[in-house]
Design a protein around this ligand. Structure first.
Ligand code: F3S
Length: 83
């Protein structure tokens, strides 16, 4: 599972961090700066809860389907930094 952050949507609500403290990282200004290409399976629930908790829908999870090489999800854009 990959975490995609749309930095232009993040408003610093920090709900992702509250729901997924072992997955999500905020920068010094409180914006999501997570850069995870492969969420460990034992943290997948945290990743999902954090993404669902974001009121700005700034987080997209891409789940790699085993075997086919295809990924599901949307908004395949990774951005870092802020505006
Ligand atoms: Fe940003 Fe949403 Fe987290 S607005 S800090 S990604 S809850």
């Amino acid at each position: 599972m990959k975490v995609l952050v749309q930095a232009n949507r993040c408003q610093g609500h920090a709900r992702c961090l509250a729901e997924g403290p072992d997955v999500y990282v905020l920068d010094d200004l409180g914006y999501n700066s997570t850069n995870v290409d492969d969420v460990p399976s034992h943290l997948a629930d945290q990743a999902r809860r954090g993404a669902l908790a974001c009121p700005e829908r700034a987080l997209t999870l891409v789940e790699e389907s085993s075997g086919s090489g295809e990924a599901s999800g949307s908004t395949p854009t990774v951005r870092r930094g802020h505006r």
